[in-house]
Design a protein around this ligand. Structure first.
Ligand SMILES: Cc1cc2nc3c(=O)[nH]c(=O)nc-3n(C[C@H](O)[C@H](O)[C@H](O)COP(=O)(O)OP(=O)(O)OC[C@H]3O[C@@H](n4cnc5c(N)ncnc54)[C@H](O)[C@@H]3O)c2cc1C
Length: 682
């Protein structure tokens, strides 16, 4: 197999196709986000980090970049997609700042805007946007993070005072991990159980002042500090406890549920679970931003590791004056290139997701259309799935890049330790990844029906099985294109592995099979006498998660295929096509055992698969730098000493070695890279 990739590909053409619909936002950030306060500072204390990040947040507000998602009449641009891309770009800088911004303008400001009504907007939005009113999004309690329907904080209405009584009944109900709470926050969106006229109407949100102008806690509010964390030192995460705090009636964020002066509760959404999920659904932007930001951090780590690996040398080869560049080792390529391919794939999937989110949210919040529930559920499922994929990939890839840079990767001055520590928690906040995978699976199993969220829904799984098949076969980004590619491939045996239709078929088969298997097992359990509903579900949980995982892989592949198809520059298109091959085949290779078990690969084809992946690595090796250039990360944002120093160091060493060889008449060094007896140093 000879390479079809042109020897030279213009990275600018890669950037063009990757920048997508909000290219102007990305360009603006690359050109103008240059303040040193936006970059991580190595070795600073937690207090120094907090002060710098608060200062930077104010500067960010002054730059006008944070208002993109807010309504135009309050100085924003009503551009939901732009607000996510803006956060993604910020995530190339200090991740504490990105998280602080995400809390202030995404979670806190977003909840105020989307759950609140006009009087809340008029009173607070401008100050939120300018950061004159720092705030918190106080949902999680020490006792409940994943199952937030079970929050224990209560907010009980009293018609006599026309106030709610906000109360933390015990320690497990304390608000915990809340960004902006420990130092800066003055107002909080607090989630609690709404009780009026003796009835609990489920979780709602209120605006609650937590600090006075002088910084002291408001009456009845106790504020604690979560203290040093594994990362994100610049974010002041804290705890909030409420002791019968009186909250005026109009502080209820009442877009989806209202309480009249006499205590009568009304809502346009009858069902409590549906209402709560609709409220949470409007906040999907935060989850989409976290996924995209994880990918920005991954790109940064790969950029550093790839560039370092291209100048770093270790061990000599027979007959060579200089040692081998580490990017030339097959196993190093095995680390870097599949990770790069997946990063590209996720980038295209994220772009598609942001476009979908923008369109769904614009229809409702800008054009005032009715919520299209199916589109909303599908968006939530995609957002959850891609958040899982991107944050899990970030955690694995940043660790790999740290190792790929050897000891240098462990020094703070080379950025990777910060990236690792700061992104670690991305797999947990904005939804724990395991719990989100179940959300994706439930979406598949119920065909996005309202039944999801209740265990009884699982019992009726036989009833919905037919519908499920339709859901699975539904194509994603480029329906017609994918169908054409799949239909072009008659079977699965003897088909060339670089045939895109074969790759798509393998992904589709695995997803369908996993889903059908999960359904079969659930159906069997639901007809087993005496089996408790929890056991019916729990017995199949591993299978259900596999279903979600395989679904996400397919969605990502289809988005990448559509992205390649959109690429206009011929050379960039061939390169991306080859990267797409690598994403598809390395994903199949990673699950080789499953495909063998299920008769989709023979032993001979399984070996051919590994050989084909290795061949792709060989073809892509010359384009490693082009591929990270395609991320278009400005040099000033990288803040990694090895990128500035290693190349010169290597050249100086080579020059001195050459000099010594000339002086002493020595031969070239022994071939330690190929010598089986050489032990690596300690
Ligand atoms: C740095 C940081 C910042 C944060 N910022 C905020 C903020 O600003 N506002 C806010 O409201 N919250 C915030 N959070 C809270 C965060 O959203 C929660 O920590 C998260 O949702 C997980 O909840 P938990 O900690 O209760 O974990 P748990 O839900 O207790 O999860 C613990 C483990 O149990 C597993 N598990 C749970 N349920 C299931 C299940 N059904 N099946 C299988 N496994 C399960 C999970 O996979 C996980 O491994 C923040 C957290 C951190 C660490």
């Amino acid at each position: 197999m000879s390479s079809s990739v042109p020897t030279s590909v213009d990275p600018g053409k890669l950037r063009e196709v990757m920048d997508g619909r909000w290219a102007h936002i990305r360009r603006d950030a690359r050109e103008n986000l240059r303040d040193p306060d936006f970059l991580p500072v190595y070795g600073e204390t937690m207090q120094e980090a907090r002060e710098r990040v608060t200062r930077a947040a104010k500067k960010l507000a002054d730059s006008g970049r944070v208002g993109l998602g807010f309504p135009k009449e309050f100085g924003g641009e009503a551009d939901s997609g732009a607000s996510v891309i803006s956060i993604e770009m910020l995530a190339f800088g200090d991740l504490s700042l990105m998280v602080k911004a995400g809390v202030q303008w995404g979670l806190f400001g977003g909840a105020l805007e989307l759950l609140g009504t006009r009087r809340h907007h008029e009173e607070y939005l401008r100050d939120v946007m300018s950061f004159d009113l720092p705030g918190c999004f106080a949902m999680t309690e020490t006792g409940h993070g994943s199952d937030v329907q079970q929050l224990r904080t209560t907010c009980t209405y009293d018609p006599a005072t026309e106030c709610f009584d906000l109360h933390t009944p015990h320690q497990a109900a304390r608000k915990d991990y809340i960004g902006n709470a420990a130092e800066d926050g003055r107002l909080a969106v607090v989630f609690a159980q709404l009780i009026t006229q003796g009835k609990n109407h489920g979780v709602h949100a209120w605006l609650v002042p937590i600090r006075n102008g002088d910084g002291s806690p408001c009456e009845g509010v106790t504020i604690g500090d979560d203290g040093p964390k594994a990362g994100l030192p610049g974010v002041d995460n804290g705890r909030l406890t409420f002791d019968h705090v009186q909250v005026p009636r109009d502080m209820l964020l009442d877009r989806y549920g209202q309480v009249a002066a006499d205590g009568t509760y009304t809502s346009s959404i009858e069902n409590e679970t549906r209402r709560f999920f609709t409220m949470l659904g409007t906040l999907v932007r935060g989850r989409v931003s976290v996924g995209g930001s994880a990918s920005s951090a991954t790109k940064m780590a790969l950029d550093i590791a790839v560039r370092y690996g291209d100048v770093r040398r270790q061990f000599a080869a027979p007959g060579e004056d200089r040692e081998i560049v580490i990017n030339d080792y097959l196993v190093h390529q095995r680390k870097l290139l599949p990770a790069l391919a997946r990063t590209y794939a996720l980038h295209f999937a994220q772009n598609t997701l942001v476009e979908t989110m923008h369109d769904v949210q614009t229809a409702v919040h800008v054009h005032g259309e009715q919520i299209d529930e199916e589109a909303q559920r599908e968006l939530e499922s995609r957002a959850a799935g891609l958040k899982v994929a991107q944050t899990a990939h970030a955690t694995a890839t940043i660790q790999m890049c740290r190792e790929a840079c050897g000891g240098a990767g462990y020094l703070q001055e080379n950025r990777l330790p910060h990236l690792k520590a700061d992104t670690d928690v991305f797999t947990t906040f904005e939804g724990d990844n395991t719990v989100l995978l179940q959300l994706v699976a439930k979406g598949l199993l119920t065909g996005y029906r309202d039944a999801f969220g209740s265990l009884e829904g699982w019992g009726k799984v036989g009833f919905i099985a037919d519908m499920v098949r339709e859901t699975v076969l539904e194509r994603t980004a480029a329906r017609a294109l994918i169908a054409r590619l799949v239909d072009a491939v008659p079977g699965v045996d003897d088909v060339p592995m670089l045939e895109r239709g074969w790759q798509l078929k393998m992904f589709e088969f695995r997803e369908k099979h996993a889903l059908e298997g999960a359904i079969r097992r659930l159906r069997k359990n639901s007809t087993t006498d005496g089996m408790a509903p929890f056991d019916m579900f729990n017995d199949v949980q591993d299978h259900v998660l596999k279903t979600a995982q395989t679904h996400i892989d397919r969605v990502v592949l289809e988005a990448f295929v559509a992205g390649v198809d959109r690429t206009e520059d011929p050379a960039a298109k061939v390169l991306l096509d080859t990267v797409c091959d690598l994403y598809a085949l390395s994903t199949i290779e990673a699950d080789k055992a499953w495909f063998l078990e299920h008769g989709q690969l023979t032993a001979a084809r399984a070996k051919l698969l590994t050989a084909t992946v290795n061949q792709l690595l060989k073809e892509l090796r010359p384009h490693l730098i082009t591929l990270v250039d395609g991320f278009a990360i400005p040099a000033e944002w990288k803040a990694a000493r090895i990128l500035e120093e290693e190349a010169d160091r290597q050249e100086a060493m080579a020059a001195r070695d050459a000099e010594l060889r000339t002086q002493n008449g020595e031969d070239t060094p022994q071939g330690t890279a190929t010598d089986l007896e050489v032990a690596p140093a300690q």
